[in-house]
Design a protein around this ligand. Structure first.
Ligand SMILES: Cc1cc2nc3c(=O)[nH]c(=O)nc-3n(C[C@H](O)[C@H](O)[C@H](O)COP(=O)(O)O)c2cc1C
Length: 208
């Protein structure tokens, strides 16, 4: 595996939902988690924990829960699955594939947020988790591993927590399947150009 530059990784990071079942090397997993913990967090609180699920039976169960959540939102006939643009239709088709196969990914990585035991969940705390999530996606990309940031398991998070023995005050913020790509290539993702989304000095004014 040749090293790629930071900007090559950033520019070609996209969701890879078709993954091979081949195992992820231990060294790659360590490298990814080392990248995750380098992320910034409010007051360096590091409110994260990472749960790496590799056991096949557990992966299958997690996959079933995820699929249930997916179908409730994007299943045939659901409001979110109607009147889609061709581009949205493509994402939904690819996401449907992932929902049908999530448990076959060799690694299911939960990025968890520890809330304070005795206080209601703080919305601000989520901002201290997503930098670590992005580091995970980029580190995996750097190692030639495909990922998708997913969240639909959260509709049935109680089932996931019971299955994996996750304590009450810990929330599973993201579920990231990781594996070598089986289909599709790393490539620049479809995005609105900088010119459309960045302004100079005053809102709505051209930057360049
Ligand atoms: C907060 C968040 C939650 C997401 N949840 C899901 C999900 O549950 N399932 C899924 O297939 N993709 C999920 N995605 C991935 C997006 O669909 C994807 O990033 C987007 O379509 C852009 O495509 P790209 O990643 O290939 O550039 C999520 C992305 C984000 C940022």
């Amino acid at each position: 595996m040749n090293d790629i530059t930071l900007f090559e990784a950033i520019d070609t990071l996209r969701s890879m939902r078709h993954l091979k079942p081949d195992p992820v090397p231990e060294a790659a997993l360590r490298r990814i988690l080392e990248a995750a913990i380098k992320a910034p967090s409010g007051m360096n609180s590091q409110p994260w924990n990472f749960l790496v699920v590799r056991d096949p039976a557990l992966r299958r169960r997690v996959g079933e829960v995820y699929r249930k959540g997916f179908l409730e939102v994007y299943g045939e006939g659901q409001p979110a699955a109607r009147n889609l643009t061709p581009a949205d239709e493509r994402v939904r088709a690819s996401a449907t594939y992932l929902a049908d196969h999530l448990g076959e990914a060799p690694v299911l990585l939960f990025v968890c947020l520890r809330h304070a035991y005795d206080q209601p969940p703080e919305r601000r705390a989520y901002s201290s988790i997503f930098p670590a999530v992005q580091n995970i996606l980029l580190a995996a990309r750097g190692l030639g591993l495909g990922t998708t940031l997913t969240s639909l398991h959260k509709r049935h998070e109680g089932e996931i927590k019971e299955l994996l023995g996750i304590p009450d005050h810990v929330e599973t913020v993201a579920l990231i399947p990781i594996g070598y790509p089986a289909r599709g290539r790393f490539a620049p993702p479809p995005r609105r150009p900088v010119k459309e989304v960045a302004y100079g000095d005053r809102w709505g004014q051209d930057l360049w």
